[in-house]
Ligand binder design. Structure first.
Ligand code: FES
Length: 162
């Protein structure tokens, strides 16, 4: 009797084990992915959300409208949020407004209006900015403050990105 006459028996037992093993591996992989997601997503949100939220809030806001009745009188200033950025709105004595990003270009401190010295001053390292243009007039800041466009409309003051 030669080998060519032996009947061929299919490997039924082997394929069944392969199928169960594959199903088990798939289940373990899915469980691992769910476990990683359950841990990773909150960590991602914790680390990424504040910066991302601030970035989105700033990019989405292009205009801020403030009721004129809520603003301080001539010769004074106020700070409000333009998105997430503190913004300085100066009401000059001649009744015109000027608005600047209130974050110092040196190391990021918040600047303040000093009407008695007619300047915008950064208390951290003595940076000084012009009250009309936001240009640097003294101290270490490398560049001027970002300028916003200001329009008085009816009973509101509208501040927008220039
Ligand atoms: S942070 Fe404003 S001068 Fe340094």
């Amino acid at each position: 009797m030669s080998d060519s006459t032996l009947p061929v028996i299919p490997d039924v037992v082997g394929s069944e084990q392969t199928g169960r093993r594959g199903l088990l591996q798939l289940g373990i992989t899915l469980a691992g992915a769910c476990y990683a997601g359950a841990i990773g997503f909150p960590v991602y949100r914790y680390l990424a959300t504040p910066a991302r939220r601030a970035e989105l809030a700033e990019s989405e806001v292009t205009t801020v409208s403030i009721p004129a009745t809520g603003l301080p009188g001539p010769g004074t200033a106020t700070i409000f949020l333009f998105g997430s950025r503190p913004t300085l709105l100066i009401h000059h004595e001649d009744n015109h407004y000027a608005a600047f990003d209130a974050v110092c270009s040196h190391l990021g401190c918040t600047v303040a209006y000093q009407p008695e010295n007619k300047r915008i001053f950064c208390p951290c390292h003595g940076g000084v900015y012009d009250v009309n243009t936001g240009a640097v007039t003294g101290g270490p800041p490398p560049k001027g403050l970002k300028v916003y466009k200001v329009e008085a409309k009816d009973d509101h003051v509208v501040i927008s990105k220039a």
